[in-house]
Design a protein around this ligand. Sequence first.
Ligand code: ZN
Ligand code: ZN
Length: 356
Amino acid sequence: MLNAPGESVAIEPIAFDDLGDDEILVRLAASGVCHTDLHVKNMNGWGMAFPILLGHEGAGVVEHVGRAVTSVRPDDRVVISWRVPCGACAICRRGDPVLCQTQRVAQPRVRRARDGQHLARVLSTGTFATRTVVDAAQAIPVPRAIPLDKACLIACGVVTGVGAALNTAKIRRGSRVAIIGCGAVGLSVVQGARIAGADRIVAVDLTPQKLEWARQFGATDAVDARSGDPVEAARAAAGGPLDYAFEVVGLPATIAQAVGMVGYGGTVVIVGVPPTDSTVTLPLARGGLFNKKVTLTSCSGGDMVPSEFFPRLMRWYLDGTLRLDEMVTREIGLDEVEDAFAAMTSGTVIRSVIRL
Ligand SMILES: [Zn+2]
Ligand SMILES: [Zn+2]
């Protein structure tokens, strides 16, 4: 947990309130370490009150269920989604659950044991723990054939990247795609572009290792952004302007590059989480949004309904279409979260997964 702004991650005993009727207690088996957890630490809580329980990419086994829960039972293996449409708001009822802003989440039930303070949980999950409490709708069953320390990746990084390609952009077969930023999410966009049948998949990054990984996950071309103009290099590699450009860094400069890469009618998807209060200046006319009729949008957690999309991702894993094993480059203990943050910052891992 994070106890106060500027402090390192600490391990402390936690305690639990009684479950609400629709809630479940999950004994966690594994959790990926996502950039958003580091973002919460670096952004002094990212708007959440301290103390904060980190982690939002977890999988485990259901231990107890609330009185009204029928969707899962104790001993079910589940992956925990942080993005579950409520099913009741005006947006859900008009048939757009992907746009729902009132997600199904559990009440605060996890406390810091030493003083009883409730822990805020990152993205309403809190998976850097041996147990956590979530709404039953957040728990998506995992088939026996999928190891939980791989299934956990689906919860955030993989669903966000693959969903950006298939749901947000709806990449057309045969198109030209660029991905700027090839961490775990960017590599998942690469996989999504491959699944969508893109013709050219151009990976753009600053580190040769990540470009090498991108090729292994399906990129057809790699552009080292340190050597020359990445916009021209990506267009040259693709054999023309891009149909889709994914910005998976979260910085104004790379968003402008993505807009520069696409051609007429192109789509730019911002996937990287931008710093609070950041702004971007983009050209409108020559090579810009208006003249090129650019669609500029963002991806929120893969723009999907987890009860539908997670099972698809799991089937793709089982038939070899979606590669998860290769994304886990480091397995760690709960006491190594700070090391995982450092490795993430230095770009030497795709994903660190905590074994719980
Ligand atoms: Zn995440
Ligand atoms: Zn809703």
